[in-house]
Each structure stands twice: as structure tokens, then as C-alpha cells.
Design a protein around this ligand. Structure first.
Ligand code: NAD
Ligand code: DAU
Length: 334
């Protein structure tokens, strides 16, 4: 089976490539990645001889057409993925997440290729802290940020291409991932590498916002489950019952790194900051039989901390630039 993985040099895509090669010897992988600031080709270095890495843009229709023509399956991870960046400048989000997805959809339509679309729970907006509800496949779309609205738009393009043109597509909407190889602009690796470099962790606003954490390997196993057994045209929500508020995440990181658990600062809140995400993944579990392997967040977090501690060469070259970017807008408020 030939698989085209877009965004395969980023966090989730690279974990997908590494796990696929270790578990599925029958799969040949081609990665299409623009190698933006978010990519780290070093992640794929151990498998460089076993994959084809094409450096290019998913919005390049001619390039995409040729690659899709020669594949059996497209798994589309590539995106501009960071909410804070989308607030500073949304343009790349519109171009990659919307126009890039459109170019892939047209190519799979022309060549009749199976397509799996990776998306996010953020398309559903947010929930109040005391709301007993969780997101399901039937929750109405209500995105808040430029990032999540472009992801929502890309999902709707996929749905329209299924209905109007009959493409063989599935969609998954997953909650917040953590694990190795995540860019240090993101919350968990930012705070781990802050503590490792002697900087106090930074909590936006009151620190009570809740995210529904899932280990990246559990996400990627769910993606293969949907590709193998999902119903064409359907959407599946992926989540591991991992709701934790941000303050607790920071306190746990500090505790695991043997620091005082109050050694953090509150900083300026993110504009439009979603309060809480929560996924009900009953459909994926009951219809397709998927189960997460990482059910204890503290254990998964400890393994992730160990990975960043043991791989400074992977993240240290970016640390100064990332923190300088945050420093331009972030003010300590408590
Ligand atoms: P990431 O930012 O770590 O990686 C994105 C990758 O896409 C990078 O390698 C980048 O170079 C590549 N890319 C960006 N623009 C491109 C373009 N125009 N053409 C080709 N490649 C391009 O992102 P991630 O966290 O790995 O997220 C991957 C996917 O999963 C995204 O679609 C995201 O919306 C979705 N998702 C992420 C999470 C999460 O918690 N990180 C949760 C649910 C869904
Ligand atoms: O829910 C899935 C989404 O999760 C994905 O679609 C996105 O691609 C991914 O980036 C992530 O979005 P978030 O905005 O939830 O993730 P982020 O890591 O940026 O922030 C997580 C929470 O931590 C959020 O409430 C903001 C907060 N935060 C973030 C940073 C970087 C802080 O309190 N301090 C920080 O320094």
C-alpha cells in the first residue's frame, strides 16, 4: 500500500510515519511537507532511507496531482496549527488550511484515491467549565479563532466533496495531543523546556482553561482504525477522557521535575481563549473498537518530560526564538 502523508515532518504526522513504518511493513510512505518553521526533518532522519520526502506546498496543485496519482491513500495532517500564530497573522492559515485542502480534494477526486482528513475538536468552539456536555459527531460547528475557523472550513470542504463528487473520504476530529517531537511553541513542551532551562512556566489568564489531553500514539492508532474500518463519508471524534485544567498540567510538570509546584507565573490571556474542550469518543469505541493505551495522564506526561530532557539537540536551537516571539506580547500579571 502506498500512502501519501502531508505534514509528515510535523509533530503528529512524523509520529504517524514512525509508528506506521514500525507496525506496517507493507506500507510505503511518501511525505509531502513544506518544511515550515513547525517542521523538524531531524525527526524523520532515522527512517530517511525508507521514505520519500518531498519538500513542497499542498497548495501547489500540479505537484499534488502527480503525487496523488501515484498513491493508494492520502492522510492529510499538513496545516498551520498554532492558535497564537493565527491571531498574529491569519494569512498562512487561510492559504494552507483552506486552499491547500482544496488542492488535495481536487486531486483525490480526479484520481479516485482514498482520503483521510485530520482535524480538531476546536471546530466545535468551547464549553463552560460546569457544562456536563461533551462534543459528539452531532455538535454544531462554532469555531472561535482564525486557526479553528480555517480547520472548520476545511472539514466542510471535505463533506461537500463527499456528497457532491462521491470522494472516498473520512474525517477525524481529535482533542489536544501531547508526546515526543511536539514543537516547543505549544503549551506542554513550552513549559517542560522552560523548567529545563530555568524559566518559570507561563499560564494564560487564570489558568483554569481545560483541554482534553490524548497521547499522540493513541491519536495515530485511532487514525489507522478509521482508515481500516471507518465508514466512508463519516466523521469520528478521537479523545481519551483526558480533561485537565492548565494550572494542574503546570503543577504536575513542576512536581515531576522536582520543583516547587507554585513556581509559575500568570501572563496575559489569549484573545478569545476557548474555555474548555471535551470529547465524547463513544462512536469510535463502540463502532470501531478503538481504545486508548495511555489512560493515566501523569504517566504519559512523565514519559514526555523524559523525552525532552533526553533530546535537547532536537529543541534547544529553537528555544530562544520561540521565547522572544512570546515576549513581544506576553506580560506577567500575577
Ligand atoms: P505541526 O504544526 O506540528 O505540523 C504541521 C506540519 O505541516 C509541519 O511539518 C509543516 O511544515 C507542514 N505544513 C504547513 N503548511 C504546509 C503546506 N502549505 N504544505 C505542506 N506542508 C505544510 O502540527 P500538528 O500539531 O502535528 O498537527 C497536525 C494536524 O493535526 C493538523 O491538521 C492539526 O490541525 C491537527 N490536530 C492537531 C492537534 C494537536 O493537539 N496538535 C489536535 C487535533 C488535530
Ligand atoms: O484541541 C486541539 C488543538 O489543540 C489543535 O487543533 C491545535 O493544533 C493545538 O495547537 C491545540 O490547540 P490549543 O490552543 O489548545 O493548544 P496550545 O498548546 O496552544 O495551548 C493549550 C492551552 O494552554 C490553552 O488553553 C492555552 C494555554 N497556554 C498555552 C501556552 C503556549 C498557556 O496557558 N500558556 C502557554 O504558554
Amino acid at each position: 500500500m502506498r500512502v501519501l502523508v502531508t505534514g509528515g515532518a510535523g509533530f503528529i504526522g512524523a509520529n504517524f510515519v514512525l509508528r506506521t513504518l514500525s507496525q506496517r511493513p507493507d506500507v510505503q510512505v511518501t511525505v509531502l511537507d513544506k518544511l515550515t518553521y513547525a517542521a523538524n526533518p531531524a525527526t524523520l532522519a532515522p527512517v530517511a532511507e525508507r521514505i520519500e520526502l518531498v519538500t513542497g506546498d499542498i497548495a501547489d496543485a500540479e505537484l499534488v496531482d502527480g503525487l496523488v496519482a501515484g498513491t493508494d491513500l492520502v492522510v492529510h495532517f499538513a496545516a498551520e496549527s498554532h492558535n497564537d500564530n493565527s491571531l498574529a497573522d491569519p494569512s498562512a492559515f487561510v492559504q494552507t488550511n483552506l486552499v491547500g485542502t482544496y488542492s488535495l480534494l481536487e486531486a483525490v477526486r480526479r484520481h479516485d484515491v482514498r482520503y483521510h482528513h485530520i482535524s480538531t475538536d476546536e471546530v466545535y468552539g468551547d464549553l463552560d467549565l460546569d457544562d456536563p456536555a461533551r462534543f459528539t459527531e452531532h455538535t454544531a460547528y462554532n469555531p472561535s479563532s482564525p486557526y479553528s475557523s480555517t480547520k472548520a472550513g476545511s472539514d466542510l470542504l471535505v463533506r461537500a466533496w463527499v456528497r457532491s463528487f462521491g470522494i472516498a473520504a473520512t474525517i477525524s476530529n481529535c482533542s489536544n495531543n501531547y508526546g515526543p517531537f511536539q514543537h516547543i511553541e505549544k503549551f506542554i513542551p513550552r513549559q517542560i523546556t522552560n523548567v529545563l532551562t530555568g524559566v518559570r512556566p507561563r499560564l494564560y489568564g487564570d489558568g483554569r482553561n481545560v483541554r482534553d489531553w490524548i497521547h499522540v500514539d493513541d491519536h495515530n492508532d485511532a487514525v489507522w482504525t478509521i482508515i481500516d474500518r471507518g465508514q466512508i463519508g463519516e466523521t469520528y471524534l478521537i479523545g481519551a477522557d483526558g480533561e485537565v485544567d492548565n494550572r494542574t498540567v503546570v503543577e504536575t510538570i513542576l512536581d515531576l521535575l522536582a520543583q516547587p509546584t507554585d513556581a509559575f507565573d500568570f501572563v496575559t490571556d489569549r484573545p478569545g481563549h476557548d474555555r474548555r474542550y471535551a470529547i465524547d469518543s463513544t462512536r469510535l469505541r463502540t463502532e470501531l473498537g478503538w481504545r486508548p493505551q495511555y489512560v493515566d495522564f501523569r504517566t504519559g506526561l512523565a514519559a514526555t518530560i523524559a523525552w525532552y530532557r533526553d533530546h535537547p539537540d532536537w529543541w534547544q536551537p529553537n528555544k530562544h526564538t520561540v521565547e522572544a516571539g512570546y515576549a513581544a506580547t506576553e506580560k506577567i500579571i500575577g
